[in-house]
Design a protein around this ligand. Structure first.
Ligand code: GAL
Length: 671
């Protein structure tokens, strides 16, 4: 993948001067300069202000915004305005309105109210995007395009006649005959076979469950539909402004779209990142999100929306305490973010988001939030040398959307199975020990890693067995878990025992599995065959009962009718090893187990672990940058690796043991 590097560390926020009037815009320019803002995200939801009816265009206000920004040396992340449709459109062309799974219409009056497959929406949005692109293609303020906004976030699926027909055609194209589709999807179950294409229905409200392969294909289809929406816009922007970079903002913990499939379409990944600032939030939550966003292109990305303090859409919206906005921003940078943009510049006076934090709160510049933002904005230029540097990781965790979807919609064995929680179960203990992790797609080359972990790899797609076997036989360490190797890419169970195609590399078969109620635990009793991990640990959620082939048991279950049978195994395969974790162990086991597995492969922590102190290294051909972040609300002492460092934020030299204040980050260039 070609590497894209931004020309600047951008700092700014979503800017809607059209809500405030001219006088405020002058004041905004003064404040933006004071805070060191160099970018504004504009025009994201303003189609209604650009085109009051189908034949009238009112670009003058946007001209003025663009000109004012340029005059003040501020760049524009220019939105294509397609994320919110104007009122006249719904009235004139009701086909643009989406329909939910109950067959009910989403009416006009909010945002993102469009059917991605409506030819009218697509025609009108392309017209709009071309007008915007042509009008501003040479404008000095334009520095990047912001396509739509968080596509599919609010309307995940559309069930209109238009979309149903399109889905039927998509299936016809893919399967050729209804008989083939019936067989591939297992539609004989409950007699759901179809004999004509127009009998095929998407998963609307039904009396009971529908085919899980139908659900899977429906999700794949919907992902493609939203990609077409983005592709329409991107094609126009590339044609009119071939040199202006393009992004569209993604969301972490959002599983409707398969972002790995999207990554190639855009120049850089950008994300809206809103971890809950309550003090109990694990700092690994954001770290995992950032590792994931970096992994989509295996490149730096942009934190395109963060909250300066609280949001307004949780039940209870906690503020970011003093210093946390800065700490979390540097955490983003440590994991690969090359810019910092916030939602939003100035707090709204009316509407849904008036109690969402902003760089300029209602009280104005004389406020904690504005002062913290100003301090942060002023120190960013000293970090320019970090731009484009890479995060090095020896450990990778596989994330696969098809698996995410299927394990969560498959009825049984337990509704408590949450895909991301199982990824976190491996990522957090590594994070806590300062072992940096990449998040990769299932088809990414594994050869650059020493350890690859694929939690809950329920679906094993063609090619994965071969790449794991190659990776392990050449010396890699592979770890997978219970409920892996269960189905193929059509959600069809592998016959002859799980983990299906992974049985050879793991040297075992699963004979039975048991889901555990939340209040029932089993235990993992180590048998001293795994060095440095001994004793007894918690096991919950699930127990696989195994039949071992060539694998060796490293721990056994402590109770139930399968007491004494293997719960953790290892198989030597070629020059490498494949571990199978047959249950969900608690964090203490994970820390010890992963530390041991990493140590065996020579994977070292960036810094010795101190509770809630995070360390990550970014590097380029000239320098290595050590980011150390104190996530504690009290000071800590940390001993740096044996070298001399230059702190880019305080411009001082450091070595040995340093003191970090509460929530203090440091960015250290190794001398
Ligand atoms: C984002 C969205 C913004 C704003 C923000 C509030 O997801 O893109 O428009 O609504 O949330 O936190």
């Amino acid at each position: 993948m070609k590497k894209f590097v931004l020309s600047n560390i951008y700092f700014g926020g979503d800017y809607t001067p059209e809500h405030f009037g001219k006088e405020v815009m002058e004041e905004d320019m003064r404040l933006m300069k004071k805070a060191g803002v160099n970018i504004a995200t504009i025009n994201v939801f303003s189609w209604g202000q650009l085109q009051p009816d189908e034949d009238t265009w009112t670009f003058e206000w946007l001209d003025e915004v663009m000109n004012t920004l340029a005059k003040n040396g501020i760049s524009a992340d220019l939105g294509t305005a397609t994320a919110s449709t104007p009122a006249w459109m719904a009235k004139k062309y009701p086909e643009i309105l989406p329909i939910d799974k109950n067959g009910l219409l989403f009416y006009h009056g909010s945002r993102q109210t469009f059917n991605p497959n409506s030819p009218k929406y697509r025609e009108l949005s392309k017209k709009l995007v071309r007008k915007i692109a042509e009008r501003y293609k040479d404008h000095p303020a334009l520095c990047m395009w912001h396509v739509n906004n968080e596509l599919s976030h609010l309307v995940n699926y559309d069930f209109s006649e238009i979309t149903i027909k399109k889905f039927q055609n998509w299936c016809k194209e893919k399967y050729g005959t209804c008989e083939n589709l019936n067989n591939k999807w297992g539609l004989h179950f409950w007699g759901n076979n179809i004999y004509q294409w127009d009998e095929l229905m998407p998963p609307m409200r039904t009396a009971h469950q529908v085919s899980t392969t139908l659900l899977l294909e429906w999700k794949r289809f919907t992902n493609e539909c939203y990609m077409e929406v983005a592709r329409d816009e991107i094609a126009i922007l590339r044609e009119v402004t071939p040199n202006v970079p393009i992004t569209t903002n993604f969301l972490y913990e959002f599983k409707t779209l398969d972002y790995f499939a999207w990554a190639d379409m855009i120049d850089f990944i950008s994300v809206s990142s809103f971890p809950d600032p309550k003090t109990t939030t694990h700092p690994g939550e954001a770290a995992l999100s950032h590792d994931f966003m970096r992994g989509l292109k295996d490149q730096p990305f942009v934190l395109l929306e963060q909250a300066p303090s609280q949001v307004n859409w949780r039940k209870v919206n906690v503020n970011k305490k003093p210093g946390v906005m800065r700490l979390w921003s540097y955490q983003g940078m440590a994991h690969g973010s090359d810019s910092f943009m916030f939602y939003q510049w100035r707090a709204s006076v009316q509407g849904s988001e008036k109690f969402h934090s902003a760089i300029v709160p209602h009280i104005g510049e004389n406020s904690r939030v504005f002062k913290e933002m100003t301090q942060f904005g002023r120190e960013l230029p000293s970090l320019k040398e970090v731009l484009g540097s890479d995060v090095q990781a020896d450990v990778a965790i596989v994330l696969d959307y098809n698996n995410w979807w299927t394990v969560e919609f498959t009825p049984g064995p337990t509704a408590l199975l949450k895909y991301l929680e199982n990824l976190q179960a491996y990522h957090y203990p590594l994070f806590e020990q300062n072992i940096t992790t990449d998040i990769i797609s299932y088809d990414r080359d594994m050869s650059k890693y020493k350890v690859v972990i694929a939690p809950l790899l329920y679906m094993v797609k063609p090619g994965f067995k071969e790449s794991v076997e190659k990776f392990v036989s050449e010396g890699g360490t592979f770890i997978t878990t219970f409920f892996s190797g269960v189905v193929d890419e059509m959600d069809r169970v592998f016959q002859g025992g799980f983990p299906g195609p992974l049985s050879d590399v793991l040297g075992l078969k699963v004979e039975e599995f048991e889901a555990m109620k939340p209040y029932i635990n089993n235990s993992l009793v180590m048998n001293d065959k795994l060095p440095n991990v001994s004793g007894q640990f918690e096991s919950r959620l699930w127990c696989d009962i195994l039949q071992l082939g060539t694998a060796q048991s490293l721990a056994e279950y402590g109770s139930d009718f399968f007491k004494g049978t293997p719960a953790l195994t290892v198989n030597n395969f070629g020059k490498g090893k494949a571990y199978y974790v047959a249950t969900l162990p608690g964090n203490e086991f994970m820390r010890q187990f992963l530390r041991q597995v990493c140590a065996e492969k020579g994977v070292k922590p960036v810094l010795e672990a101190t509770e809630k102190v995070e360390a990550v290294v970014r590097s380029n051909k000239d320098n290595e940058y050590l980011f150390v972040m104190n996530h504690n609300y009290e000071p800590v002492e940390v001993t740096l690796p044996d070298a001399e460092y230059f702190d880019l934020l305080t411009q001082t030299t450091m070595k040995g043991t340093i003191r970090l204040d509460a929530v203090q980050p440091v960015v250290l260039r190794k001398n």
